[in-house]
Design a protein around this ligand. Sequence first.
Ligand SMILES: [Fe+2]
Length: 212
Amino acid sequence: MPPQTSTPRYTVPGLSTKDGGRMIDVLRMRLHALNDLALTLKHIHWNVTGPHFIAVHEMLDPQTLAVRDMADGTAERISALGGVPHGTAGVLVSERTWEDYSVGRADAIAHLGALDLVYTGIIEDHRKAAAKAASLDPVTEDLLIEHLRSLEQLQWFVRAHLENSAGVLATTDARSEKQAAAAAGTSRTIPAKQTASPRRTAKKSAVTKRGK
Ligand SMILES: [Fe+2]
C-alpha cells in the first residue's frame, strides 16, 4: 500500500489539517496515475504501426498535453493543501499499485484497444477519488470532476476507433491490455520491455489498476 501522508502543518482555509491530509493522500495516487498515463500516451505515440499510424500518432499528442495539464493541476492542489507533490519516476514506480503498460510496438488499433482499458482504470479510480472528496473538500472534488469530463472525452476519441456500426466495442470482453489489443488489432503485437521489480508479483494486473 502507498504510504500515508502525515497531517500537514497548514492547509487551505476552512479545512482541518486532518482533512487536508486525507485529500493529499487521495491526490498523491491520482498524480501518479496521471503522470503514468502521460508517459504511456507518449510510449504509444512512438510505437504505433500500420495503416492507421498517422491518425493515431497525431491524436495522442494533444491527449498527452491535456493529461500533463491535469497532473500539473493535481500537483499544485497538493501543494496548496500543504502537502508535497512527488513527480519523480522513482516515487511513482515505488508507490503505484498497477503494472507498467504491457504493449510495445503494435498495430495502432491494437494499442487503442489496450489504451481503452487504461482509461477505464483511471476513470474508475478518479470517480472513487471524487466521491471521497465530496464529503471533505468540494474544491478538490471540483478539480477531479473537471478531470473526469476531459478523461471521458479522451476515452471516447479512443473508443470511436473500436466501435462497430452496431455500437459494440471490440474490447467489451477484454480483461487485460493484451486481450484488448488482440481483440481490437489486426496484426502481431510486441510486448513492452518489462523491468524487474521485486514488488511486481504483489501488484494488480490488468483492468482496474491505476491507483487507489
Ligand atoms: Fe512526436
